[in-house]
Design a protein around this ligand. Structure first.
Ligand SMILES: Cc1ncc(COP(=O)(O)O)c(C=O)c1O
Length: 474
């Protein structure tokens, strides 16, 4: 018999959850323009909108808040954070930023020239926005399989080296300031990159003097997948695997709100001294002194501890197991999800869930809204709305993947909460034909998914109703 494991922590403080009625959720959803980003958190039962900044901190982190050194310059807390990054990640130079996009802004401004190309293993919203705002064209070089939710591969975040080589041949290495390698790949479903692939990408780039900059946001989760799936790593610690991974890069941007186990913060790290000196100038302009970069001393104390806690093998093993606990039950019940189950989230395949809706009817947005209506579980669209519009043609970018992301905050919910989510999805699947599409009634010009507003397309005006089915069939 396989022995069960439990959370590698016990609960010291609790937060009461709100449990609204169906009618109250209906009102809340309409107020929010059917966009789960715009629902008040007070109206949410189980919040799987994001794993970003939603981590429960440990008692050691909470205790360390009191030791925060709030000096404007030369803070002791910064020294502790800087040392933690150097010890655990291994880069030579580190600069603090208020969160990941602060680091992306500085990196993009310094490295990109107008007309450049930035290849990446699938885009991330803020990362690509900064690249484009600085004049670059993003080029997707992820393996084709990553765009197919049904293909089960251990390292679906891998770069297709032929695509990278073809881009170099086409535009020239001098037009490629760096390759942006996300580990794991959020928009592919939290899929990891293999050590072999990281090494190959790095070697190819080195031969052309192109830098490799990691988006290290979920790098510890990637390291665990390497331990679990890649030959030769089963007996290594996640900490050792992480160090090796990052050695195949020239630097990274980091959103501390994920794998640094804190609610706010980030950093930019690199091995090149010249890039460090120039980045430090921009940190002063955009973030604050290089000894706090938009964080308070107490934030930095918490992050210094979180960075070390995240590479504890028991912590990360349980983290991935909890995501699997949710995903495997859905798979077993025949619910279409992205395979294999990723590191931080389970992604519902909305095209397969709601085949009666076209991409213009926003299946993922509709399904995310319907899930909230059914149970108060908040998720997020990752499909055509998140992909935005082509900056040149103004047309919708049309990703193959129309996904609803059920993102699991770190150390926050128990497996019982995951079971409640499963029940709601199974109930929705039963009545999936009754779910209507949406029309966008307000579209912001950038990062539209945050603030866009929608209305049910169906004339009945109801998002989930038996009448909708009749309407769609007629
Ligand atoms: C892969 C990835 N990169 C970068 C970011 C941006 O980080 P932040 O939200 O801290 O600005 C995120 C945030 O969700 C992310 O998931």
């Amino acid at each position: 018999m396989k022995r069960r494991t439990a959370e590698p922590y016990k609960i010291k403080s609790v937060e009461t959850l709100s449990m609204l009625s169906y009618d109250e959720r209906h009102e809340s959803l309409a107020r929010a323009g059917y966009n789960t980003f715009l629902i008040d958190s007070d109206d949410v039962y189980i919040d799987l909108l994001t794993d970003s900044g939603t981590t429960a901190m440990s008692d050691a982190q909470w205790g360390a808040l009191m030791t925060g050194d709030e000096a404007y310059a030369g803070s002791k807390s910064w020294k502790r954070l800087e040392q933690a990054v150097k010890d655990v990640y291994g880069y030579n130079y580190v600069l603090p930023t208020h969160q990941g996009r602060g680091a992306e802004n500085i990196l993009s401004q310094l490295k990109i020239k107008d007309g450049d190309y930035v290849p990446g293993n699938m885009y991330f919203t803020t990362t690509r926005a900064h690249q484009e705002m600085n004049g670059a064209t993003f080029v997707d070089i992820i393996i084709d399989e990553a765009h197919d939710p049904s293909i089960d591969l251990p390292f679906k975040g891998n770069v297709d080296l032929k695509k990278l080589q073809a881009l170099i041949d086409k535009v020239g290495a001098e037009k490629i300031p760096y390759v942006c390698l996300a580990v794991t790949v959020n928009l592919a479903g939290g899929q990891p990159v293999s050590m072999r692939n990281m090494k190959d990408v790095y070697e190819l780039c080195q031969s052309y003097s192109i830098d490799v900059m990691f988006d290290a946001t979920r790098c510890v989760e990637n390291a665990y997948f390497i331990k679990d799936r890649e030959e030769g790593y089963a007996n290594q610690t996640v900490a050792a695997i992480l160090k090796e991974m990052l050695s195949y890069s020239d630097g990274c941007t980091m959103s501390g709100k994920k794998d640094c186990l804190v609610n706010i913060g980030g950093f930019l790290a690199m091995n090149d001294e010249d890039l460090y000196i120039r980045s430090r100038e921009l940190v002063v302009v955009y973030e604050g002194m290089p000894s706090y970069g938009g964080m308070s001393g107490r934030d930095m104390e918490a992050m210094a501890i979180g960075i070390r806690e995240a590479v504890d093998d028991h912590y990360i093993e349980h983290r991935i197991a909890q995501v699997r606990h949710l995903g495997q039950q859905l798979l077993d019940a025949g619910i279409p999800i992205v395979k294999p189950i990723g590191g931080h989230a389970v992604f519902l395949d909305a095209r397969a869930f709601l085949p009666h809706l076209s991409q213009e009817e926003f299946p993922a947005q509709s399904l995310a809204a319907a899930l909230y209506l059914d149970s108060g579980v908040r998720s997020m669209e990752r499909g055509i709305i998140s992909a935005g519009r082509d900056i040149k043609t103004g047309e919708h970018n049309r990703p193959n993947l129309e996904l609803v992301r059920l993102t699991i905050p770190r150390r926050v919910y128990t497996n019982n909460h995951m079971d409640v989510v499963v029940d709601s999805i199974l109930a929705l699947y039963e009545k999936r034909d009754w779910i209507s599409g949406l029309k966008m009634v307000y579209e912001p010009p950038t990062l539209r998914f945050f603030n866009a507003r929608f209305e049910p397309l169906c004339e009945t005006g109801e998002l989930i109703a038996e009448k909708n089915k009749a309407k769609q069939i007629s």
